[in-house]
Design a protein around this ligand. Sequence first.
Ligand SMILES: CC(C)(COP(=O)(O)OP(=O)(O)OC[C@H]1O[C@@H](n2cnc3c(N)ncnc32)[C@H](O)[C@@H]1OP(=O)(O)O)[C@@H](O)C(=O)NCCC(=O)NCCS
Length: 288
Amino acid sequence: MQTILAFDTATSFGAVCALTSGGRGSREKAGDLLAIVDELVDDPRAIDGIVAGRGPGSFTSIRIGLAMAHTLAETLGVPLRGASTLDAFAGGMAVIDARRGEVFVPGPRVCRPDELEVAGETLVGDGAIRYRELFEGNGATVPPDDDPAHVPDPLLLIAHANGPWSRSMFAGELAKPSSICLGAFEETRLVGYLIVSRYVDAWHVMNVAVDPDHQRRGVATALLEKLFELTRDDERRGYTLEVRITNEGAIALYERLGFEPRGVRRGYYTDNREDALIMWRDPALRDQ
Ligand SMILES: CC(C)(COP(=O)(O)OP(=O)(O)OC[C@H]1O[C@@H](n2cnc3c(N)ncnc32)[C@H](O)[C@@H]1OP(=O)(O)O)[C@@H](O)C(=O)NCCC(=O)NCCS
């Protein structure tokens, strides 16, 4: 079995850390993260991958966590993944203290606690504790302060780091003005989608999927062609993506549309350490 080291530093609970092979630890300060790792891990070579919480939460603590995550991944030569800290809670709706009278909630969204409609909801997280009186007054349930449901569970991050995107990942991309998000509809039903982020030198295809009942009917082709059409005037940026090396169908699709293999990222996918094929399509192809 793979051993993944997962941690989060975004909340006022400080550094929380867990290993898939067993073992958990926490410290009040994000800066003490390495001390927990030291305690939990006998042989660093046994770690196959790292998953870190990306926040939202305390800016300084997130920076410490992510810097540590990159340093460890780089030093150990293992893949690193991130996931939203909002996905690290299982006991209710996550409410993270954003300070200055505001909270972070799934979306992700930042707002004043009195703007939330919480009647009938169970709320967890340091924001739920901080504004307990207000939330309970508005009809929500907040577990006792010492309930472990308030503390982010790093192991929950792992499920969101690779597999299907969480709701907050979709919402995050949809909210970015620089992203292109396209849907294919049969009447009103969504049967396929394409999500593309604008990077400095390329349009990065982040996610493309077609409902199994609608595959091999040109839906993904139509979505990608629409992307090329919408970005035709952008002379600077090509197109890039990563695809599982065994995903022959998707690779065939991209090759048909002018993408070429440009390299391999070893062990990119943390779930099975599969390699990713990096593919690239030149901007020049637009004129053909
Ligand atoms: C990959 C995926 C998006 C393709 O969507 P699609 O709408 O079925 O693709 P298209 O109908 O536009 O396919 C165009 C061409 O791509 C190639 N292709 C697509 N799927 C293929 C498959 N499963 N096997 C072999 N070739 C395939 C074929 O050349 C196909 O043309 P053809 O049907 O005339 O032979 C879809 O299979 C999917 O959602 N898979 C699961 C999610 C996924 O793997 N996403 C890609 C992550 S990088």
